[in-house]
Design a protein around this ligand. Structure first.
Ligand code: NAD
Length: 297
C-alpha cells in the first residue's frame, strides 16, 4: 500500500521505519528538512515534496506534537495543499496525542474533502516504538475503516484496543497519561521526602518496585532516568503537560470536578515553565518541591 507519514520525531521516526520494513511504499514528510533527509537515507522511503503530494497516498499517518499542529498541516498549511487533490479513498490516521473534541471537528472538516479520519494514539515510548510493540487506542466510526487500518497499525503494534467512535482513542490516551503523570508526581515527592530524611533514592525506588507503590514511573522512569541520571526517555515535558491539559479540558467538558487532576496539571505546568518544554519529562523531578537541591546534587 502507498502510505504517507508526517512527523518523524522521537516516536514517528521509528514507527514510520516499521511501516516501511513491513513492505509498504512509504512517502515521508517532516518540517525538519535534515531529519527528513536522514530518515530517507536510512529507510529508502521517498520524501514528499509537498503536502499535496502526501495527499496522493491511500493512507496518511500523522505523528505530530499536538492536535492544533495536526489540523494546521492537514487543513491550512501550503494553502490547504493536503486537501487540494486527495486520493479518492484517502484515510488519515492521527496517531499523535491530540484533543478528542478537536479530532471530531477535524473529522467533519476532512469529510468535506472526501477524506476519512480515525484516531490511533499510542503508548509505550520510544523503546516500544522501535520494537513495533506499542499499545494502540483506536477510535473509529465505521467497521470498514477499522478493517482497512488495522493491518497497517499492526506493523507498529502488538495490541490494538477499539475504544469507540472517532476521538475516543484520544480521550483514552489523555486519561492514561494523566494517571502516569500523577504517579510521577507522587513518586517525585516521595523521593524528595525520603532523601531529606536520609534514605537513599536508589533504595527507595528498588523497594517500591517490589512493593505496592510499583508503577511504570517507579519501574522505568525513576529507576533508569532519574536515579541513574540518564534523563533520556525521549518524551518531552511540554508534550506530557499537554496531555494532562487535554484530560483536564475533558473533565471540564464533562462537568466533573477533578481537584487532583487540576493540581497535577498545575505542577507539571510549573515544571514546564521552570525547565523548558523541550526537556525530557523525567527531568521534571528537578522542579519538584526542593528537588532541585536534593536530587541534582
Ligand atoms: P517530537 O517532538 O520528537 O516529534 C515531532 C515531529 O513533528 C518532529 O520531527 C517535528 O519536526 C515534526 N513537526 C512539527 N511540526 C510540524 C509541521 N508543521 N509539519 C511537519 N512536521 C512537523 O514528538 P514525539 O515525541 O515523536 O511525539 C509525537 C506525538 O506522540 C505527540 O503528540 C506526543 O504527545 C505523542 N507521544 C509521544 C511519546 C513519547 O514517548 N515521545 C509516547 C506516546 C505518544
Amino acid at each position: 500500500m502507498k502510505i504517507g507519514f508526517v512527523g518523524l520525531g522521537n516516536m514517528g521516526g521509528p514507527m514510520a521505519a516499521n511501516v516501511a520494513k513491513a513492505g509498504h511504499e512509504l512517502m515521508a514528510y517532516d518540517a525538519d528538512a535534515a531529519r527528513l533527509a536522514q530518515f530517507v537515507e536510512e529507510t529508502g522511503a521517498r520524501a514528499a515534496e509537498s503536502l499535496e503530494q502526501l495527499g496522493s497516498c491511500e493512507i496518511v499517518i500523522a505523528m505530530l506534537p499536538t492536535g492544533p499542529v495536526v489540523r494546521e498541516v492537514l487543513l491550512s498549511a501550503e494553502q490547504g495543499g493536503f486537501t487540494r487533490n486527495p486520493h479518492p479513498e484517502l484515510m488519515v490516521i492521527d496517531m499523535s496525542s491530540s484533543e478528542p473534541v478537536g479530532t471530531r471537528e477535524l473529522g467533519e472538516q476532512l469529510a468535506r474533502h472526501g477524506i476519512r479520519l480515525v484516531d490511533a494514539p499510542v503508548s509505550g515510548g520510544m523503546t516500544r516504538a522501535a520494537d513495533g510493540t506499542l499499545a494502540i487506542m483506536l477510535g473509529v466510526d465505521d467497521e470498514a475503516d477499522a478493517a482497512r487500518v488495522e493491518p497497517i497499525l499492526l506493523t507498529m503494534s502488538t495490541r490494538i484496543f477499539r475504544t469507540g467512535p472517532l476521538g475516543s482513542g484520544h480521550a483514552m490516551k489523555a486519561l492514561n497519561n494523566y494517571v502516569s503523570a500523577a504517579c510521577f508526581a507522587a513518586t517525585a515527592e516521595a523521593l524528595v521526602i525520603g532523601e531529606q530524611f536520609g534514605l537513599d533514592p536508589s533504595v527507595i525506588v528498588d523497594i517500591m518496585n517490589v512493593s505496592t507503590g510499583k508503577n511504570f514511573q517507579t519501574e522505568v522512569v525513576m529507576k533508569s532516568h532519574v536515579v541513574e541520571r540518564q534523563f533520556a526517555t525521549g518524551f518531552k515535558i511540554g508534550l506530557l503537560t499537554k496531555d494532562i491539559r487535554i484530560a483536564a479540558d475533558l473533565a471540564r467538558e464533562m462537568q466533573i470536578e477533578t481537584p487532583v487532576l487540576e493540581l497535577i496539571y498545575s505542577r507539571w505546568q510549573t515544571a514546564t515553565e521552570q525547565l523548558g518544554a523541550d526537556r525530557d519529562n523525567s527531568e521534571a523531578v528537578l522542579s519538584w518541591n526542593r528537588g532541585r537541591e536534593a536530587l541534582s546534587a
